[in-house]
Design a protein around this ligand. Structure first.
Ligand code: PLP
Length: 400
């Protein structure tokens, strides 16, 4: 028998299954709302002009391809930290932020999970219910036990704030809690600034460990500052947070795998100890991170003019999604839908929880060639001014 005869077929990835079904569909006006990447109004992937410019500059400067350090390109990690925490942040001024470059946001989560497992007393991490599908797997692979706290209220298609606070209060003191910094995936539902303040208070009172995942900075509202509100507020309140950053969405650098993981330390001396342990974690995993994407990001972030251009491009992407939300809602209302679609525009980011059931999603695919995940999540990036009318009609027909 083969050495691998006992290896069982694993279950297919839910999102990839949608892509497969979409590809097979012969209908010309089919719509794919499963994609987790930005598309322009023609439905095409985008390489930002600021990224092209940065790549041209890099090519001209004829850099070598030597290895980066274990924790990455230091100019990149510095600029990434400035972007997230704000250049004026006290933790940066006092040189007490431990940072490492990571394999995009997923790699940041994994390094964070490994660090917690090794050095934090909490054996579990609380995830919002629901959360990004990969969170539980990442933390389980790091040896932590993922559990959940209430987050989404099906009835209101909004935040279950009371449930969230109650679950954080009832959790054992000192538990690690994963928080989506902005543009919660998959629901698109974020706490308000005032609710963040209350979450901060509970987290502090319970001695919980706030672990932020920020995969969409700037991409949610169009403003880097606004999307960083929760992270910066927690830091101001004296929390020693963990932060995962990804440049996949906001720079469109998906496949380049550009990210960072950081921990707020109490002192510069403590920061040095933490960074020494980042190296010990990273070295046997992948030795050191890839350089090209990090060079692109640091070229953009390190040049005032190019950074300004990029910020405008981020805003253009965010604005297109905000416009598509509005158009979808307007079209549903124009068709005479009697349902309340306010959540389509009150939610933020690339994803929208429509409130459609699994059966309604099946009907969308079968009758309308409209594809999305069975939890009713649609990717706003898949909507264009050319397909929004037909999409609204399809959603209206299956939800009547
Ligand atoms: N965290 C969340 C909430 C996400 O939605 C994603 C990507 O979809 C990621 C992290 C990580 O993405 P990447 O590893 O491509 O940066």
């Amino acid at each position: 028998a083969s050495t691998w005869a006992s290896v069982k077929m694993g279950p297919p990835d839910a999102i990839l299954g949608i892509t497969e079904a979409f590809k097979k569909d012969q209908y010309e006006q089919k719509i794919n709302l499963g994609v987790g990447a930005y598309r322009d109004d023609a439905g095409l992937p985008v390489v930002l002009p600021s990224v092209i410019e940065a790549e041209e500059r890099l090519l001209k400067s004829c850099l070598d391809k030597e290895y980066a350090g274990i924790t990455g390109i230091s100019n990149f990690t510095k600029l990434a930290a400035d972007l997230a925490y704000g250049e004026e942040s006290i933790v940066l001024k006092e040189d007490r932020l431990a940072v490492t470059q990571t394999i995009s946001g997923t790699g940041a989560l994994r390094i964070g999970g490994e660090f917690l497992k090794k050095f934090h007393p909490s054996t579990k991490i609380l995830l919002p219910q629901p959360s990004w599908a990969n969170h539980a797997a990442v933390f389980r692979s790091s040896g932590l036990q993922p559990e959940t706290y209430r987050y989404y209220n099906k009835e209101t298609i909004g935040l279950d704030f009371e449930g969230l606070i109650e679950d954080l209060k009832n959790a054992e003191d000192g538990t690690a809690v994963l928080l989506h910094a902005c543009a919660h995936n998959p629901t698109g539902v974020d706490p308000t600034p005032d609710q963040w303040k209350q979450i901060s208070e509970v987290v502090k009172a319970k001695g919980h460990f706030p672990f932020f995942d920020m995969a969409y900075q700037g991409f949610a509202s169009g403003s880097i500052e606004r999307d960083a509100f929760a992270v910066r507020y927690f830091v101001e309140q004296g929390h020693q947070i963990a932060l995962c950053q990804s440049f996949a969405k906001n720079m469109g650098l998906y496949g380049e795998r550009v990210g960072a993981f950081s921990l707020v330390a109490e002192s510069s001396e403590e920061k040095a100890r933490i960074e020494s342990q980042f190296k010990i974690l990273v070295r046997p995993l992948y030795s050191n991170p890839p350089i090209h994407g990090a060079r692109i990001a640091s070229t953009i972030l390190g040049d005032a003019q190019l950074k300004a251009q990029w910020l405008a491009e981020v805003k253009t992407m965010a604005d297109r999604m905000i416009t598509m939300r509005q158009l979808l809602k307007d079209n549903l209302e124009a068709l005479g839908s009697t349902q309340n679609w306010d959540h389509v525009t009150s939610q933020i980011g690339m994803f929208c929880y429509t409130g459609l059931s699994g059966e309604q999603v099946d009907e969308l695919a079968q009758k309308w060639s409209v594809y999305c995940t069975r939890d009713g999540r649609i990717s706003i990036a898949g909507i264009t001014s050319g397909n929004v009318k037909r999409l609204a009609q399809a959603i209206h027909e299956v939800s009547k």
